[in-house]
Design a protein around this ligand. Sequence first.
Ligand code: BJW
Length: 252
Amino acid sequence: MERAGRLLADAKSVVVLTGAGVSAESGLATFREPEQGLWARYDPMELAHIDAFYRDPELVTRWYHWRFTRARDAQPNDGHRALARLQEWLTRDGRGFRLITQNIDGLHQRAGSRDVVELHGTILIWRCTKTGDQYPLDTIDFSSFPPRSSAGGVLRPNVVWFGEALPEKALEAASDAAESCDVFVSVGTSALVWPAAGFIEVARRSGAATIEVNLDATPNSEAVDISLRGSSGELLPRLLDRAQRLRAAEDQ
Ligand code: BJW
């Protein structure tokens, strides 16, 4: 923790990549935890595939509508809030910061994070498969599934499924940030899904120090400079606190 705090205290530009683990303490299930009730019968990884949507649009849109209600009713946790404070602190100091998330739940933004790169899209917007037009959730009639747009097309969540390309702008912003930061922090991701899993290596090869904050070991745990094992809701506020104290001591 001391070494990680020191890295953040001295960093000129920080990139944080988050995954489902950062929202776990808000009550949102990660991809590897079994879901409760009805969804215990389905594999989330199967449902998050473009082929699943074409095979059974009713099932997939029902599942994503349920995921949306879970996200809407959840609150940001201490981990989300610490990242928003980290951004505020670094940018106030004139230092660089970029938050890249694989999450679609919007909790980082609700905690106060700005300019978040949403690699896998957002569940808060759906789009028409016929016209490509985007629809905010409050304009959609979910009384039957799959929901339809005013143009009569099936609506799907504006997220990135397996087998689909990531949004070009988000991918470019994430690659640029990973290449130019001097500290890269990976939080609450199993680092199994690409291309997100590769950014930490991009940063490392570009000379950045790397930190992982995760409950369990991941394929990156051995390669990172510092691996902090534990929950992000507990570790991120401590890490920020340590970095700020070290910086304040240096400034005196
Ligand atoms: C905690 C915690 C706490 C818990 N505190 N920690 C290269 C090699 C091999 C395969 C590929 C490759 N490149 C592409 C692929 C194929 C594929 C892929 O990656 N497959 C792998 C599974 C092998 N990738 C794709 O298909 C991607 N598309 C692509 O590359 O397109 C190319 C293309 C170009 C041109 C035309 C067409 C295609 C798309 C990937 C999209 C992923 N989508 C999903 C669903 C999004 C919508 C939704 O949310 O439902 O994204 S799948 C799912 O996985 C979701 C997540 O964002 C993503 C990552 O999961 P994440 O966040 O890491 O969660 P978990 O559950 O895996 O891990 C949680 C971690 O937290 C665990 O480690 C816990 O221990 C920890 N934890 N509590 C701290 N409190």
